[in-house]
Write a protein that binds this ligand. Sequence first.
Ligand code: PLP
Length: 461
Amino acid sequence: NFNENDLSRVVEADRANVWHHLIQHQPFFTGADPKIIIEGKGLRVWDQKGIEHVDAVSGGVWTVNVGYGRESMGDAVRDAIVKMNFFGGTVGSIPGALFAEKLLTKMPGLSRIYYANSGSEANEKAFKMVRQIAHKRYGGRKHKILYRDRDYHGTTIACLSAGGQDERNAQYGPYTPGFVRVPHCLEYRKHEQEGAPDQNYGEWAANQIEEIILREGPDTVGALCLEPVTAGGGVIVPPEGYWPRVQEICRKYDILLHIDEVVCGVGRTGTWFGYQHYGIEPDMVTMAKGVASGYAAISCLATTEAVFDMFKDDASDHMNYFRDISTFGGCTAGPAAALENMRIIEDENLLENTVEMGGYMLGKLGELKDKHDVIGDVRGKGLFLGAELVKDRDSRDPAEEAKVQAVVKDCMAQAVVIGATNRSLPGKNNTLCFSPALIATKDDIDHICAAVDGALTRVFG
Ligand code: PLP
Protein backbone atom coordinates (compact mmCIF):
# COMPACT_ATOMS: atom_id res chain seq x y z
CA ASN A 1 0.00 0.00 0.00
CA PHE A 2 2.84 2.32 -0.76
CA ASN A 3 2.04 5.55 -2.58
CA GLU A 4 4.15 7.02 -5.37
CA ASN A 5 6.32 9.08 -3.00
CA ASP A 6 6.99 6.10 -0.78
CA LEU A 7 7.99 4.08 -3.81
CA SER A 8 10.41 6.67 -5.16
CA ARG A 9 11.97 6.70 -1.69
CA VAL A 10 12.32 2.91 -1.92
CA VAL A 11 14.01 3.26 -5.32
CA GLU A 12 16.52 5.71 -3.86
CA ALA A 13 17.07 3.51 -0.79
CA ASP A 14 17.76 0.59 -3.10
CA ARG A 15 20.10 2.56 -5.35
CA ALA A 16 22.02 3.95 -2.38
CA ASN A 17 22.23 0.86 -0.17
CA VAL A 18 21.79 -2.48 -1.89
CA TRP A 19 24.53 -4.45 -3.58
CA HIS A 20 22.57 -6.67 -5.96
CA HIS A 21 23.47 -10.18 -7.01
CA LEU A 22 25.26 -10.92 -10.26
CA ILE A 23 24.99 -7.54 -11.94
CA GLN A 24 27.19 -4.71 -13.03
CA HIS A 25 26.09 -1.66 -11.01
CA GLN A 26 27.33 1.10 -13.26
CA PRO A 27 24.01 1.37 -15.18
CA PHE A 28 22.32 1.92 -11.81
CA PHE A 29 24.01 5.26 -11.46
CA THR A 30 23.95 6.41 -15.04
CA GLY A 31 20.78 4.93 -16.48
CA ALA A 32 17.19 4.19 -15.65
CA ASP A 33 15.89 3.61 -12.14
CA PRO A 34 16.57 0.19 -10.65
CA LYS A 35 13.56 -2.05 -10.94
CA ILE A 36 11.74 -2.92 -7.74
CA ILE A 37 9.26 -5.74 -8.00
CA ILE A 38 6.49 -5.05 -5.54
CA GLU A 39 3.79 -7.63 -6.14
CA GLY A 40 3.11 -10.91 -7.90
CA LYS A 41 0.13 -13.06 -8.79
CA GLY A 42 0.28 -16.27 -10.78
CA LEU A 43 2.79 -15.74 -13.57
CA ARG A 44 2.67 -11.97 -13.37
CA VAL A 45 4.63 -9.39 -11.38
CA TRP A 46 4.26 -5.62 -11.00
CA ASP A 47 7.11 -3.13 -10.66
CA GLN A 48 7.21 0.20 -8.81
CA LYS A 49 5.68 1.97 -11.81
CA GLY A 50 2.70 -0.36 -11.79
CA ILE A 51 3.82 -2.08 -15.00
CA GLU A 52 2.59 -5.66 -15.26
CA HIS A 53 5.20 -8.16 -16.47
CA VAL A 54 4.81 -11.76 -17.55
CA ASP A 55 7.57 -13.68 -15.83
CA ALA A 56 8.93 -16.41 -18.09
CA VAL A 57 11.77 -17.33 -15.72
CA SER A 58 10.02 -17.89 -12.36
CA GLY A 59 11.77 -15.20 -10.36
CA GLY A 60 14.83 -14.96 -12.60
CA VAL A 61 16.31 -18.21 -11.43
CA TRP A 62 13.88 -21.09 -12.07
CA THR A 63 12.35 -20.88 -8.61
CA VAL A 64 8.70 -19.91 -8.25
CA ASN A 65 7.25 -23.20 -9.50
CA VAL A 66 3.74 -22.73 -8.10
CA GLY A 67 3.52 -19.05 -9.07
CA TYR A 68 3.24 -15.83 -7.07
CA GLY A 69 0.75 -14.59 -4.50
CA ARG A 70 -0.40 -17.91 -3.03
CA GLU A 71 -2.33 -17.17 0.17
CA SER A 72 -2.08 -20.78 1.30
CA MET A 73 1.72 -20.65 1.13
CA GLY A 74 1.68 -17.55 3.33
CA ASP A 75 -0.74 -19.25 5.75
CA ALA A 76 1.43 -22.37 5.96
CA VAL A 77 4.53 -20.34 6.81
CA ARG A 78 2.71 -18.10 9.25
CA ASP A 79 1.05 -20.97 11.09
CA ALA A 80 4.35 -22.82 11.39
CA ILE A 81 6.41 -19.92 12.69
CA VAL A 82 3.85 -18.57 15.13
CA LYS A 83 3.58 -22.01 16.75
CA MET A 84 7.33 -22.76 16.74
CA ASN A 85 9.71 -20.74 14.60
CA PHE A 86 13.03 -22.30 15.47
CA PHE A 87 14.71 -24.82 17.66
CA GLY A 88 17.64 -25.85 15.47
CA GLY A 89 18.23 -28.99 13.47
CA THR A 90 19.50 -31.32 16.17
CA VAL A 91 15.89 -31.91 17.27
CA GLY A 92 12.79 -32.57 15.20
CA SER A 93 9.92 -30.30 14.19
CA ILE A 94 6.41 -31.11 12.95
CA PRO A 95 6.90 -29.62 9.43
CA GLY A 96 10.43 -31.02 9.17
CA ALA A 97 9.32 -34.57 9.92
CA LEU A 98 6.21 -34.44 7.76
CA PHE A 99 7.89 -32.89 4.74
CA ALA A 100 10.77 -35.39 4.82
CA GLU A 101 8.24 -38.23 4.94
CA LYS A 102 6.25 -36.79 2.03
CA LEU A 103 9.29 -35.93 -0.07
CA LEU A 104 10.71 -39.43 0.22
CA THR A 105 7.50 -40.90 -1.20
CA LYS A 106 8.48 -39.13 -4.44
CA MET A 107 12.02 -40.54 -4.46
CA PRO A 108 12.02 -44.33 -4.31
CA GLY A 109 15.43 -45.66 -3.28
CA LEU A 110 16.29 -42.65 -1.12
CA SER A 111 15.53 -42.67 2.55
CA ARG A 112 17.00 -39.74 4.48
CA ILE A 113 16.61 -35.96 4.23
CA TYR A 114 19.26 -33.53 5.48
CA TYR A 115 18.04 -29.92 5.63
CA ALA A 116 19.92 -26.77 4.62
CA ASN A 117 19.09 -23.30 3.27
CA SER A 118 20.39 -22.97 -0.26
CA GLY A 119 21.44 -25.06 -3.21
CA SER A 120 25.11 -24.26 -2.61
CA GLU A 121 24.87 -25.30 1.00
CA ALA A 122 23.16 -28.61 0.20
CA ASN A 123 25.88 -29.37 -2.35
CA GLU A 124 28.63 -28.49 0.11
CA LYS A 125 27.10 -30.92 2.57
CA ALA A 126 27.09 -33.67 -0.05
CA PHE A 127 30.78 -32.93 -0.81
CA LYS A 128 31.56 -33.11 2.91
CA MET A 129 29.79 -36.46 3.19
CA VAL A 130 31.87 -37.82 0.30
CA ARG A 131 35.06 -36.61 1.96
CA GLN A 132 34.12 -38.05 5.33
CA ILE A 133 33.20 -41.40 3.77
CA ALA A 134 36.61 -41.39 2.07
CA HIS A 135 38.27 -40.91 5.45
CA LYS A 136 36.11 -43.42 7.28
CA ARG A 137 36.23 -46.17 4.67
CA TYR A 138 39.16 -45.63 2.35
CA GLY A 139 41.93 -44.06 4.42
CA GLY A 140 41.22 -40.68 2.80
CA ARG A 141 42.03 -41.91 -0.71
CA LYS A 142 38.63 -41.98 -2.42
CA HIS A 143 38.12 -38.26 -1.95
CA LYS A 144 37.97 -36.81 -5.48
CA ILE A 145 34.74 -35.39 -6.77
CA LEU A 146 34.11 -35.28 -10.49
CA TYR A 147 31.98 -32.50 -11.96
CA ARG A 148 31.09 -31.59 -15.52
CA ASP A 149 32.01 -28.78 -17.85
CA ARG A 150 29.12 -26.24 -18.03
CA ASP A 151 27.39 -27.51 -14.85
CA TYR A 152 27.03 -25.20 -11.84
CA HIS A 153 26.65 -26.27 -8.24
CA GLY A 154 26.74 -23.05 -6.30
CA THR A 155 28.54 -19.96 -5.26
CA THR A 156 30.81 -20.93 -2.38
CA ILE A 157 34.48 -21.66 -2.95
CA ALA A 158 33.99 -25.45 -2.74
CA CYS A 159 30.98 -25.28 -5.06
CA LEU A 160 32.94 -23.14 -7.51
CA SER A 161 35.73 -25.71 -7.27
CA ALA A 162 33.09 -28.04 -8.72
CA GLY A 163 31.94 -25.36 -11.14
CA GLY A 164 32.05 -25.95 -14.87
CA GLN A 165 31.31 -22.36 -15.86
CA ASP A 166 34.47 -20.35 -16.31
CA GLU A 167 32.67 -17.02 -16.40
CA ARG A 168 31.55 -17.60 -12.83
CA ASN A 169 34.85 -19.09 -11.66
CA ALA A 170 37.24 -16.49 -13.03
CA GLN A 171 39.03 -14.38 -10.37
CA TYR A 172 37.82 -16.31 -7.30
CA GLY A 173 40.61 -18.88 -7.13
CA PRO A 174 42.67 -20.52 -5.88
CA TYR A 175 40.21 -23.34 -5.54
CA THR A 176 39.88 -26.36 -3.33
CA PRO A 177 41.87 -29.38 -4.52
CA GLY A 178 40.27 -32.74 -5.28
CA PHE A 179 37.67 -31.62 -7.83
CA VAL A 180 38.14 -32.91 -11.38
CA ARG A 181 36.30 -31.74 -14.47
CA VAL A 182 34.75 -34.06 -17.04
CA PRO A 183 33.49 -32.96 -20.49
CA HIS A 184 29.97 -31.70 -21.20
CA CYS A 185 27.39 -33.68 -23.15
CA LEU A 186 25.77 -31.06 -25.39
CA GLU A 187 25.03 -32.79 -28.69
CA TYR A 188 24.61 -29.46 -30.52
CA ARG A 189 28.23 -28.57 -29.66
CA LYS A 190 29.82 -31.97 -30.11
CA HIS A 191 31.78 -30.66 -33.11
CA GLU A 192 33.91 -28.81 -30.55
CA GLN A 193 34.89 -32.11 -28.89
CA GLU A 194 37.69 -34.06 -30.50
CA GLY A 195 36.66 -37.55 -31.54
CA ALA A 196 32.94 -37.10 -30.92
CA PRO A 197 31.06 -39.52 -33.17
CA ASP A 198 28.01 -38.87 -35.36
CA GLN A 199 26.13 -41.77 -33.77
CA ASN A 200 25.83 -42.77 -30.10
CA TYR A 201 27.17 -39.46 -28.82
CA GLY A 202 25.52 -39.99 -25.41
CA GLU A 203 27.43 -43.18 -24.74
CA TRP A 204 30.63 -41.64 -26.05
CA ALA A 205 30.23 -38.61 -23.74
CA ALA A 206 29.69 -40.91 -20.76
CA ASN A 207 32.75 -42.95 -21.74
CA GLN A 208 34.82 -39.77 -21.51
CA ILE A 209 34.01 -39.81 -17.81
CA GLU A 210 35.30 -43.35 -17.50
CA GLU A 211 38.56 -42.35 -19.18
CA ILE A 212 39.06 -39.61 -16.61
CA ILE A 213 38.28 -42.00 -13.76
CA LEU A 214 40.90 -44.39 -15.10
CA ARG A 215 43.40 -41.56 -15.51
CA GLU A 216 42.84 -40.32 -11.94
CA GLY A 217 42.69 -43.84 -10.49
CA PRO A 218 39.27 -45.28 -9.58
CA ASP A 219 40.38 -45.75 -5.97
CA THR A 220 40.79 -41.96 -5.66
CA VAL A 221 37.34 -41.01 -7.00
CA GLY A 222 34.52 -40.81 -4.44
CA ALA A 223 31.66 -39.16 -6.30
CA LEU A 224 30.36 -37.82 -9.58
CA CYS A 225 28.18 -34.72 -9.27
CA LEU A 226 25.97 -33.82 -12.25
CA GLU A 227 22.89 -31.77 -13.07
CA PRO A 228 20.20 -33.97 -14.64
CA VAL A 229 19.46 -31.25 -17.20
CA THR A 230 22.11 -28.53 -17.05
CA ALA A 231 20.55 -25.18 -16.24
CA GLY A 232 22.79 -22.10 -16.26
CA GLY A 233 25.27 -23.83 -18.56
CA GLY A 234 22.79 -23.44 -21.42
CA VAL A 235 19.80 -25.75 -20.80
CA ILE A 236 21.52 -28.97 -21.80
CA VAL A 237 19.35 -32.07 -22.12
CA PRO A 238 21.63 -35.10 -22.04
CA PRO A 239 21.57 -37.21 -25.18
CA GLU A 240 20.08 -40.67 -25.32
CA GLY A 241 22.35 -43.37 -23.95
CA TYR A 242 24.17 -40.98 -21.61
CA TRP A 243 22.58 -41.64 -18.25
CA PRO A 244 22.44 -45.46 -18.29
CA ARG A 245 26.14 -45.53 -19.12
CA VAL A 246 26.93 -42.96 -16.40
CA GLN A 247 25.10 -45.13 -13.86
CA GLU A 248 26.96 -48.22 -15.06
CA ILE A 249 30.34 -46.47 -14.72
CA CYS A 250 29.58 -45.25 -11.20
CA ARG A 251 28.59 -48.76 -10.11
CA LYS A 252 31.62 -50.32 -11.77
CA TYR A 253 34.06 -48.13 -9.84
CA ASP A 254 32.09 -47.78 -6.59
CA ILE A 255 31.56 -44.05 -7.12
CA LEU A 256 28.64 -42.23 -5.50
CA LEU A 257 26.29 -40.59 -7.99
CA HIS A 258 25.24 -37.16 -6.71
CA ILE A 259 22.50 -35.52 -8.77
CA ASP A 260 22.12 -31.76 -8.36
CA GLU A 261 18.38 -31.13 -8.70
CA VAL A 262 18.58 -27.56 -7.41
CA VAL A 263 16.85 -26.37 -10.59
CA CYS A 264 15.10 -29.48 -11.91
CA GLY A 265 13.79 -30.70 -8.56
CA VAL A 266 10.12 -30.59 -7.61
CA GLY A 267 8.42 -30.51 -10.94
CA ARG A 268 10.34 -28.22 -13.25
CA THR A 269 10.88 -30.85 -15.96
CA GLY A 270 7.47 -32.54 -15.60
CA THR A 271 8.55 -35.29 -13.20
CA TRP A 272 9.19 -34.76 -9.49
CA PHE A 273 12.92 -34.93 -10.21
CA GLY A 274 14.86 -34.57 -13.43
CA TYR A 275 16.79 -37.82 -12.95
CA GLN A 276 13.49 -39.70 -13.01
CA HIS A 277 13.28 -39.24 -16.78
CA TYR A 278 16.30 -41.47 -17.13
CA GLY A 279 15.60 -44.42 -14.83
CA ILE A 280 18.76 -43.92 -12.79
CA GLU A 281 19.26 -44.51 -9.06
CA PRO A 282 21.34 -41.77 -7.46
CA ASP A 283 23.02 -42.11 -4.08
CA MET A 284 22.60 -38.44 -3.20
CA VAL A 285 20.20 -35.79 -4.52
CA THR A 286 20.30 -32.08 -3.70
CA MET A 287 17.42 -29.67 -4.31
CA ALA A 288 16.50 -26.09 -3.45
CA LYS A 289 14.73 -23.59 -5.67
CA GLY A 290 11.36 -25.17 -6.43
CA VAL A 291 11.15 -26.99 -3.10
CA ALA A 292 9.21 -24.10 -1.58
CA SER A 293 8.96 -21.92 -4.70
CA GLY A 294 10.77 -19.07 -2.96
CA TYR A 295 8.14 -18.63 -0.21
CA ALA A 296 10.77 -19.69 2.34
CA ALA A 297 14.45 -20.59 2.16
CA ILE A 298 14.98 -24.33 2.19
CA SER A 299 17.22 -26.88 0.54
CA CYS A 300 17.51 -30.62 1.06
CA LEU A 301 20.04 -33.35 0.57
CA ALA A 302 18.42 -36.75 0.13
CA THR A 303 20.57 -39.85 0.55
CA THR A 304 20.17 -43.59 0.36
CA GLU A 305 20.07 -45.63 3.54
CA ALA A 306 23.47 -47.05 2.51
CA VAL A 307 25.03 -43.55 2.67
CA PHE A 308 23.29 -42.85 5.99
CA ASP A 309 24.47 -46.21 7.34
CA MET A 310 28.09 -45.26 6.77
CA PHE A 311 27.67 -42.66 9.51
CA LYS A 312 26.09 -44.92 12.11
CA ASP A 313 28.08 -48.11 11.96
CA ASP A 314 30.17 -47.58 15.09
CA ALA A 315 28.45 -45.66 17.88
CA SER A 316 31.46 -46.01 20.19
CA ASP A 317 33.54 -43.79 17.88
CA HIS A 318 32.84 -40.22 18.94
CA MET A 319 33.91 -38.90 15.51
CA ASN A 320 31.52 -41.22 13.70
CA TYR A 321 28.73 -38.85 12.83
CA PHE A 322 28.27 -36.15 10.23
CA ARG A 323 29.87 -33.25 12.08
CA ASP A 324 27.92 -30.59 10.23
CA ILE A 325 25.31 -28.04 11.21
CA SER A 326 23.28 -25.32 9.56
CA THR A 327 21.68 -22.91 12.00
CA PHE A 328 18.61 -22.21 9.92
CA GLY A 329 18.60 -25.44 7.91
CA GLY A 330 15.16 -27.00 8.19
CA CYS A 331 13.75 -24.40 10.56
CA THR A 332 9.99 -24.72 10.39
CA ALA A 333 9.13 -22.08 7.77
CA GLY A 334 11.00 -23.98 5.04
CA PRO A 335 9.47 -27.45 5.37
CA ALA A 336 6.02 -25.98 6.11
CA ALA A 337 6.17 -24.04 2.84
CA ALA A 338 7.58 -27.08 1.04
CA LEU A 339 4.71 -29.30 2.23
CA GLU A 340 2.13 -26.83 0.97
CA ASN A 341 4.07 -26.38 -2.29
CA MET A 342 3.91 -30.12 -2.88
CA ARG A 343 0.19 -30.25 -2.04
CA ILE A 344 -0.46 -27.54 -4.65
CA ILE A 345 1.53 -29.37 -7.31
CA GLU A 346 -0.42 -32.56 -6.63
CA ASP A 347 -3.89 -31.06 -6.23
CA GLU A 348 -3.58 -28.84 -9.29
CA ASN A 349 -1.97 -31.56 -11.43
CA LEU A 350 0.97 -29.30 -12.17
CA LEU A 351 3.29 -32.10 -13.27
CA GLU A 352 0.81 -33.00 -16.00
CA ASN A 353 0.46 -29.34 -16.93
CA THR A 354 4.25 -29.02 -17.11
CA VAL A 355 4.52 -31.91 -19.54
CA GLU A 356 1.71 -30.59 -21.72
CA MET A 357 2.72 -26.93 -21.68
CA GLY A 358 6.41 -27.82 -21.99
CA GLY A 359 5.62 -29.74 -25.18
CA TYR A 360 3.54 -26.84 -26.43
CA MET A 361 6.29 -24.31 -25.73
CA LEU A 362 8.98 -26.47 -27.31
CA GLY A 363 6.79 -26.57 -30.44
CA LYS A 364 6.37 -22.78 -30.39
CA LEU A 365 10.13 -22.26 -30.01
CA GLY A 366 10.57 -24.67 -32.93
CA GLU A 367 8.33 -22.39 -35.02
CA LEU A 368 10.52 -19.44 -34.03
CA LYS A 369 13.56 -21.44 -35.13
CA ASP A 370 11.95 -22.01 -38.53
CA LYS A 371 11.47 -18.26 -38.84
CA HIS A 372 14.73 -16.91 -37.38
CA ASP A 373 18.05 -18.27 -38.67
CA VAL A 374 19.76 -16.90 -35.57
CA ILE A 375 18.21 -19.72 -33.53
CA GLY A 376 20.54 -22.67 -33.95
CA ASP A 377 18.95 -25.07 -31.51
CA VAL A 378 15.94 -25.33 -29.24
CA ARG A 379 15.88 -27.83 -26.42
CA GLY A 380 14.43 -28.55 -23.02
CA LYS A 381 12.34 -30.77 -20.80
CA GLY A 382 9.02 -29.75 -19.31
CA LEU A 383 8.89 -26.03 -18.59
CA PHE A 384 12.66 -25.73 -18.66
CA LEU A 385 13.62 -24.61 -22.16
CA GLY A 386 16.37 -22.89 -24.09
CA ALA A 387 16.98 -21.41 -27.53
CA GLU A 388 20.64 -21.16 -28.50
CA LEU A 389 21.50 -18.20 -30.73
CA VAL A 390 24.31 -18.50 -33.28
CA LYS A 391 26.03 -16.27 -35.83
CA ASP A 392 25.23 -18.80 -38.53
CA ARG A 393 23.95 -22.33 -38.52
CA ASP A 394 26.97 -23.83 -40.28
CA SER A 395 29.70 -22.56 -37.98
CA ARG A 396 27.43 -22.60 -34.91
CA ASP A 397 29.58 -19.79 -33.50
CA PRO A 398 27.73 -18.20 -30.60
CA ALA A 399 25.78 -15.04 -31.40
CA GLU A 400 27.33 -11.87 -30.06
CA GLU A 401 26.45 -11.55 -26.39
CA ALA A 402 25.54 -7.85 -26.67
CA LYS A 403 22.88 -8.79 -29.21
CA VAL A 404 21.59 -11.65 -27.09
CA GLN A 405 21.27 -9.24 -24.19
CA ALA A 406 19.49 -6.80 -26.52
CA VAL A 407 16.86 -9.51 -27.11
CA VAL A 408 16.40 -9.92 -23.35
CA LYS A 409 16.11 -6.13 -22.95
CA ASP A 410 13.66 -5.85 -25.81
CA CYS A 411 11.46 -8.50 -24.15
CA MET A 412 11.69 -6.59 -20.88
CA ALA A 413 10.57 -3.44 -22.70
CA GLN A 414 7.55 -5.50 -23.78
CA ALA A 415 7.08 -6.46 -20.10
CA VAL A 416 8.11 -10.08 -20.65
CA VAL A 417 10.94 -11.33 -18.43
CA ILE A 418 13.24 -13.90 -20.05
CA GLY A 419 16.86 -14.88 -19.37
CA ALA A 420 20.07 -15.53 -21.31
CA THR A 421 22.69 -17.93 -20.11
CA ASN A 422 25.51 -20.33 -20.86
CA ARG A 423 28.24 -19.02 -18.54
CA SER A 424 30.71 -21.54 -19.88
CA LEU A 425 32.94 -18.80 -21.20
CA PRO A 426 32.88 -15.06 -20.59
CA GLY A 427 31.05 -13.31 -23.40
CA LYS A 428 29.36 -16.47 -24.65
CA ASN A 429 25.97 -16.20 -23.00
CA ASN A 430 24.02 -17.09 -26.08
CA THR A 431 21.14 -19.25 -24.88
CA LEU A 432 17.78 -17.64 -24.22
CA CYS A 433 16.11 -19.46 -21.36
CA PHE A 434 12.52 -19.93 -20.36
CA SER A 435 11.10 -21.44 -17.21
CA PRO A 436 7.63 -20.07 -16.52
CA ALA A 437 5.77 -21.22 -13.41
CA LEU A 438 4.27 -24.70 -13.73
CA ILE A 439 0.80 -23.12 -13.92
CA ALA A 440 1.54 -21.58 -17.35
CA THR A 441 -1.25 -21.73 -19.95
CA LYS A 442 -1.14 -21.74 -23.75
CA ASP A 443 -2.07 -18.05 -23.71
CA ASP A 444 0.88 -17.26 -21.45
CA ILE A 445 3.23 -19.20 -23.71
CA ASP A 446 1.85 -17.54 -26.86
CA HIS A 447 2.38 -14.17 -25.20
CA ILE A 448 5.98 -14.98 -24.25
CA CYS A 449 6.83 -16.39 -27.69
CA ALA A 450 5.27 -13.40 -29.48
CA ALA A 451 7.51 -11.08 -27.45
CA VAL A 452 10.60 -13.15 -28.33
CA ASP A 453 9.59 -13.18 -31.99
CA GLY A 454 9.33 -9.38 -32.04
CA ALA A 455 12.60 -8.97 -30.18
CA LEU A 456 14.51 -11.29 -32.53
CA THR A 457 13.15 -9.43 -35.54
CA ARG A 458 14.18 -6.06 -34.15
CA VAL A 459 17.64 -7.14 -32.99
CA PHE A 460 18.65 -9.54 -35.77
CA GLY A 461 16.37 -8.46 -38.60
N1 PLP B 1 22.96 -25.96 -8.38
C1 PLP B 1 22.38 -25.49 -9.51
C2 PLP B 1 22.14 -26.44 -10.64
C3 PLP B 1 22.03 -24.16 -9.62
O1 PLP B 1 21.53 -23.67 -10.77
C4 PLP B 1 22.24 -23.30 -8.51
C5 PLP B 1 21.86 -21.88 -8.57
O2 PLP B 1 21.47 -21.34 -9.58
C6 PLP B 1 22.85 -23.83 -7.36
C7 PLP B 1 23.17 -25.17 -7.34
C8 PLP B 1 23.13 -22.96 -6.18
O3 PLP B 1 21.97 -22.68 -5.49
P1 PLP B 1 21.88 -21.42 -4.50
O4 PLP B 1 21.99 -20.20 -5.33
O5 PLP B 1 20.55 -21.61 -3.83
O6 PLP B 1 23.01 -21.55 -3.54
